[in-house]
Ligand binder design. Structure first.
Ligand SMILES: [Fe+2]
Ligand SMILES: [Fe+2]
Length: 315
């Protein structure tokens, strides 16, 4: 077993890589403005300003799109919680601090544009949305205790998480069946992809620096993965609806999020692990086999359910 690196050693060793990746990110990121993605002409006053309050029939979005929009927005709204986690685990020193600030500012734009869109188009109940935001933000998001203060767990988690939100935003855009929403969500998804690349590159560098230790963190993160919407009002109901209709489901989680990242890190090809690292890799491999079985089972159940619903609808 090689000696574990401390948090400070990891951050110091990886700081030059963080610097390169911040520069890379800034050179790739595209400036965009939330107001360009919102159909302001569709807006009108609510009752407090002499207009009408929200009524369900004003929404042009279907149930699945509404559930997904609310879940995605509340997730973006909880930025202060993620900011705290990232700032504590990555530190605010040098390139790390530059990244934390830049990433936070970019993420905030997502919540701004989503809320403006939803309120202007009356796509969801603005009162219920605000109440859910209050509950969700007051609760915050807690990482499992063992990841709480670990750079490696944090960087592994956000790699998968950014890719998961990219998939979810992208599929929500499709489910909206509305070109303005689709364009907005494509724009957000492109940001999430660049964020994912930053974290994925940092985790790859950590993997080269401390293979056993980083793999242990990745393994723990995957085995305990929860979308950050966990605990928000209606999370279960909305999560089930989103999975059933292809916004984010176990198959997509495994094939479009988990595997592409693990392949990039060459997890199953590398030869720099010690015996302890090999054990971790075997544990991860058997977990992935279980995930594959779960994904298959999910697909079968979903297909049966959708077929039953279709038969009922045409009866
Ligand atoms: Fe975001
Ligand atoms: Fe992001």
């Amino acid at each position: 077993m090689t000696k574990e690196l401390t948090q400070l050693e990891l951050l110091t060793e990886l700081q030059p890589v963080a610097g390169e990746n911040v520069d890379r990110h800034i050179s790739m990121a595209k400036e965009w403005h939330p107001h360009d993605y919102v159909p302001w002409d569709d807006g009108r006053n609510f009752a407090a300003m002499g207009g009408d309050d929200w009524e369900p029939e004003q929404s042009k979005l279907g149930e699945v799109a509404k559930a997904a929009m609310i879940t995605n927005l509340l997730t973006e709204d909880n930025l202060p919680s993620y900011h705290r986690g990232i700032a504590e685990n990555f530190s605010m020193d040098g390139a790390w601090g530059t990244w934390v600030g830049r990433w936070t500012a970019e993420e905030n734009r997502h919540g701004i544009v989503l809320r403006d869109y939803l309120v202007v188009t009356r796509a969801v109940d603005p009162v219920a949305l605000e109440q859910a935001r209050m509950i969700h933000m007051t609760n915050g998001v807690d990482a499992p205790e063992e990841w709480g203060t670990s750079f490696l767990h944090s960087v592994a988690y956000v790699t998968f998480q950014e890719l998961a939100t990219r998939v979810s935003h992208r599929n929500t855009g499709r489910a909206c069946n509305e070109p303005v929403a689709d364009r907005m969500l494509q724009r957000i998804a492109a940001d999430e992809n660049l964020h994912m690349i930053f974290y994925r590159n940092m985790c790859a560098a950590a993997m080269d620096l401390a293979p056993d230790q980083t793999l242990a963190a990745i393994n723990s993160v995957l085995q305990n993965f929860q979308m950050p919407g966990f605990g928000m009002p209606n999370f279960r109901r909305n999560g089930v609806l989103m999975a059933k209709h292809g916004i984010y489901d176990p198959r997509q989680h495994l094939d479009d999020v988990v595997w592409p990242v693990l392949r990039k890190w060459n997890i199953f090809e590398r030869n720099d692990l010690t015996a302890a690292g090999e054990n971790t890799r075997e544990d991860l491999a058997s977990f992935l086999e279980d995930l594959e079985k779960q994904a298959r089972k999910f697909e079968e159940q979903r297909d049966r359910l959708l077929a039953r619903e279709a038969a009922r609808a045409s009866a």
